[in-house]
Ligand binder design. Structure first.
Ligand code: NCD
Length: 349
């Protein structure tokens, strides 16, 4: 085994050393810090391309990508579709409402069918935690998790890190050019049911951020401290000194019973209002993965706060991150060098 080399300032690794040895992207939990940094660095070229009038690359020309969404989604599906198309792939969307799943087909049968169609990458969203891994085990091509139950949503965490990196860079915070060492981030909302929270905790702590999570007691997972974060029930205390505030919605569709007394009370205690935002650092950045419930977890004037809210930037970075993930994961299929075990065992040059 060779030691992990240090990437250059641009995040690139020495020739012959492949920084991403995984076939699938199932979760941030499977990644090492340098692999996260590698994907973030790879996304930069796509951020650039996406800002050009002509946004086309032929990298994935001839390849077929299936977006199999067993759970409703607007922005994530659109983002993956745009990403695949900008890379030149043929992209097909499969919606659960139109699928055989509704006719009683098992997940395994669906996976076998998708596999027989010889997709070159399958992007899956599913309401059950672990369903994406189950499908990945049945197919021969790379599988990307676009959100599975309350487990993980890896591309969301990666795009959030990329959006943060860009916003901090624009503010001249050069100390965050690579990792996010010491950055104070507060994540507030339904931590218990949120895959975005889970993936972000894993990603942000791997990049060195100091993460606080805030939720009502009923929506805070037991033992969350073991993930290296500090739990709070008092939002004002959680905001004190925060440089980034990430708000999450109540995942009502995953709640079995009453978790909060009322929306009104939730907003009162955990809603990000302009007044409450003053508890954070004067210039704190505001994030939300969407969809937002304006007037519940976040007020209009905060969500749209010029120079502070980076919510639309998150959406922009989503396309670039998904392009990076699709391009990297299809390298083996396309014969782009640097994937094989030999490369991994090879000398660092
Ligand atoms: C998130 C999701 O689906 O987990 N949304 C998204 O991907 N844009 C967050 C959410 O649904 O609250």
């Amino acid at each position: 085994m060779t030691a992990t080399p240090t990437p250059s300032a641009s995040g690139r690794f020495p020739a012959g050393w492949y920084a991403f040895p995984h076939r699938d992207l199932l979760g941030i939990g499977q990644l090492q810090t340098h692999e996260i940094m590698f994907l973030l660095a790879e996304a930069e070229q796509w951020v650039e391309l996406n800002r050009q009038p002509s946004k086309h690359s032929n990298s994935l020309s001839g390849l077929t990508i299936i977006n199999a969404f067993f759970e409703n989604s607007t922005r994530t599906l659109l983002s993956f579709e745009i990403a695949g198309k900008r890379l030149g792939a043929d992209v097909v969307n499969m919606h659960a409402a139109q699928s055989s799943v509704k006719k009683g087909e098992t997940l395994i049968d669906t996976a076998v069918t998708l596999n027989a169609m010889r997709a070159d990458a399958i992007v899956i969203r599913h309401a059950s935690s672990g369903a994406v891994r189950l499908i990945a085990e049945q197919v021969d091509c790379p599988v990307l998790n676009a959100g599975d139950g309350q487990h993980e949503h890896p591309t969301q965490a990666l795009l959030d890190a990329l959006a943060l990196r860009h916003a901090l860079r624009e503010r001249g915070r050069t100390e965050f050019a690579e990792g996010l060492w010491g950055l104070r981030v507060t994540i507030c909302g339904d931590i218990l049911h949120s895959r975005v929270a889970r993936s972000n905790i894993l990603c942000l702590t791997a990049l060195g951020a100091e993460v606080r999570v805030c939720a009502p007691p009923a929506l805070m997972p037991a033992g969350i401290e073991e993930m290296g974060v500090k739990p709070f029930h008092d939002f004002d205390a959680a905001l004190d000194g925060a440089e980034v505030v990430m708000m999450l919605r109540l995942q009502n569709e995953r709640m079995n019973g009453q978790f909060v007394p009322s929306t009104r009370e939730y907003r009162h205690l955990y809603g990000l209002t302009a007044k409450r935002l003053k508890k954070a650092e004067p210039n704190a950045l505001i994030m939300h993965p969407g969809p937002m419930n304006r007037g519940v977890e976040i007020d209009n004037d905060v969500a749209d706060l010029e120079g502070r809210s980076i919510i639309t930037r998150q959406v922009e970075m989503g396309v670039a991150i998904r392009m990076a993930c699709l391009e990297v994961l299809t390298r083996r299929t396309r014969g782009v060098p640097g994937w094989s075990a030999a490369d991994m065992a090879g000398e660092i040059v």
